[in-house]
Design a protein around this ligand. Sequence first.
Ligand code: GLA
Length: 390
Amino acid sequence: MIQKRIENLKEEFCKSYGSSDNIRVFNAPGRVNIIGEHTDYNGGLVLPVAIDKSILAVARVREDRILNLKSMNFSMEVSASLDDIRYRKEDDWANYPKGVAWVLEKEGLKLKGADIIFEGEIPIGSGLSSSAAIEVVSMITLLKLSNKKLPLKKIPLLCRKAENEFVGVNCGIMDQFIVTFGKKNHALILDCKTLDYKLVPFQSKGTILIVGNTKVKRGLANSEYNKRVKECAEGVKILKEYINREEIEFLSDITKEEFSRYRDKIPAPIDKRCEHVINENERVRQAVDCLEKGDLENLGKLLNASHYSLRDLYEVSCRELDVMVESSLKIKGVYGARMTGAGFGGCIIALVGEKAKEEFVKRVGRDYQRKLGIKPDFYTCQVGDGAKEI
Ligand code: GLA
């Protein structure tokens, strides 16, 4: 499958840039987050997996400082000089690779120009991290072509910086981290404050992870995302006035007991936002425990609790996500379901006994289409590796 995609890309490369001599191929996956939503920018825990849908980049180094960027998914092409990289709204998708080049140059890494063609199969704006994938694949492409090396943890950090400062979305570190460090058949538990992480086997026999795409696109930059980031920062600021512990930097540093003692000092809706983050963090700990013990029943319950909290307290769900989660939970053999990613549209994940798969796809699909008039997409998600050269 991936070989076919690479062949097509090579052909396109030849057509666009004359030959395919000396080209190199790089790949970065999308991700789904099992649990730990909106905890990353609060210094908390997350438990994502890299998936088998990816973005490929075929590239060749140039002797000048020009970046030529094309994509099989968009008609617009962009050329930019590495000596003058600026955000331009009309450059649309190309602002991601441009942002990555900008951040690397800002780090003092003198890059070489490149001709790059991207091709992606991660549905865009669906909460499966197509943006982190294009950032990370661009970063490894530019580094390798320019013969530059960085400590591995710098890659997600710098990609996040590009998204925060160049594209203008105040996202956390989760997506770029799992896209870089993901491992086949493993989930990754990440402490977003310390960046310590551990890989946990994720290969429950007889159980699958189904991704359901509501087909409602979410515009992260235009959405309420940045507002939630601000609300959480406001919550910490207020709580710090009452809790006398120096190490408090993020909401994740605050215990449940401390929060309930001072909750009434926080105005609505910030109190609800804080409650979600503090409980969600605890749910991630419990989820890892369940995963290690193979306790799918309780893992499923944690997924459901996470969804309800995102819906009622954090208020980032939407009717389409809620309908799909509710329909999923009616199917026998489904352990749990929740929205995944930032919310406001995009995808859900459901932990499903393998035998229930057909029934799930048929009935949830029918129910969703009847209620919303949209035909959803479903796919069984295989847990894959992080970004690499192929
Ligand atoms: C988006 C962001 C992540 C994270 C999730 C919500 O995917 O890019 O950093 O905040 O939303 O958990």
